[in-house]
Design a protein around this ligand. Structure first.
Ligand SMILES: N=CN[C@@H](CCC(=O)O)C(=O)O
Length: 351
């Protein structure tokens, strides 16, 4: 199976349910490009790059990873909330996404379907969820490698943080180099090599030799056990805690980001990771009201994306249906936040 088998490529008909028009304004959906070529994905992406495309929006609609991590479902829907908002933003002098390709979705439907009846409180079902997550890794990695090989920057939205593994594997294989990642997240996602899930994307990437350096911004002191912290430290990786930034205020968010950006090797590729469960009140797999603000997250993305060696943005774990006030509110808020983060990335990369 190749990358082409694992992608559902969008055209206008896939977004018509989300879009509206307004007189005298051009909206983002009217400025974005679709992949029109009949060629296999790798060639079609290279053609798109030649036509001036720089950024690629791609979805991974799944919640197998968070459920395989003994957590809640719902991360299947972040992408749809994002589209509803992002596609209808007005193009203007601040931002017009004319070099952005709306590629589509990594195919997950069959895996999601197989996972539907699995109960993560039962050992056998948990093992099966982790096996399905491994199958998903293969697809994410294949599609993302084709994007990186074409010299394009993916913006990956949806699903659990498990997909950091496929992203880092793809980037490392494409560049033939180890990678670095900066992660805005209360969780280090450096759990044991115990079967794939959303809590061990970075430990697996390190174990497999894809991750050379890693810094977690806003790691929460009460959301990581001793084994996770010890494993992170023995890998030589670092963190700045939520408590450092927002409780004792012994450092600022800006300085916490600079710990990584000043230390990281400019010759190695960098991935920007945001688990939106870092943000207070977000509808996510693991809800918190003790987190960062939306504009903190936007600042994280903006400042990190200013690094010349940045290769991707990954926004994961949004689960609109888990909003305490219901799905409708969850869609509105997830859509706004994910759109704000993508715009912060594009603005940082384009200026
Ligand atoms: N990517 C998230 N990782 C968290 C999950 C927390 C939760 O679902 O409650 C972790 O492993 O701790």
């Amino acid at each position: 199976m190749t990358a082409h088998n694992w992608i559902k490529i969008y055209n206008e008909s896939n977004i018509s349910e989300y879009t509206a028009t307004r007189e005298n304004e051009t909206r983002f959906w009217q400025s974005l490009s679709f992949l029109k070529s009949q060629s296999p994905l790798p060639e079609a992406l290279k053609d798109a790059a030649e036509f001036g495309i720089k950024y690629v929006l791609v979805a991974v609609n799944e919640d197998i990873g968070p459920r395989g991590n003994c957590g809640n479902g719902g991360a299947t829907d972040g992408w749809h909330a994002f589209l509803k908002r992002f596609l209808n933003l007005p193009c203007n002098q601040f931002l017009t996404p004319s070099n952005v390709l709306l590629l589509g979705e990594v195919i997950t439907d069959d895996l999601q379907q197989q996972s539907e009846t699995l109960d993560n409180s039962l050992d056998a079902d948990l093992t099966r969820l982790r096996t399905l997550c491994e199958e998903l890794d293969v697809r994410v990695s294949a599609v993302l490698k084709a994007i990186f090989d074409a010299g394009l920057e993916p913006i990956v939205i949806g699903g659990g943080h498990n997909n950091s593994f496929g992203l880092l594997q793809a980037l490392s294989n494409s560049q033939q180099k180890q990678c670095q990642a900066i992660n805005f997240d209360p969780h280090a996602d450096f759990r044991a090599i115990e079967g794939r899930h959303s809590g061990n994307g970075f430990s697996y990437a390190h174990h497999a030799g894809y991750l050379a350096d890693y810094h977690v911004v806003g790691m929460h002191e009460q959301k990581n056990n001793d084994t996770i912290i010890a494993s992170l430290q023995s890998a030589g990786f670092t963190y700045t805690t939520y408590q450092d930034i927002l409780v004792s205020r012994s450092t600022s968010l800006t300085d916490a980001i600079k710990v990584a950006t000043t230390r990281f090797d400019p010759n190695l590729p960098l991935g920007i990771e945001v688990d939106v469960d870092a943000i207070s009140g977000m509808p996510v797999s693991a809800y918190t009201n003790c987190g960062f603000s939306v504009n903190d997250a936007e600042h994280f993305v903006y400042l990190s994306a200013k690094q010349a060696n940045t290769h991707y943005l990954h926004l994961c774990e949004a689960a609109p249906k888990n909003h305490p006030q219901g799905a409708a509110q969850g869609y509105i808020e997830a859509g706004q936040v994910l759109s704000g983060l993508v715009c912060s990335y594009l603005k940082a990369r384009q200026n």
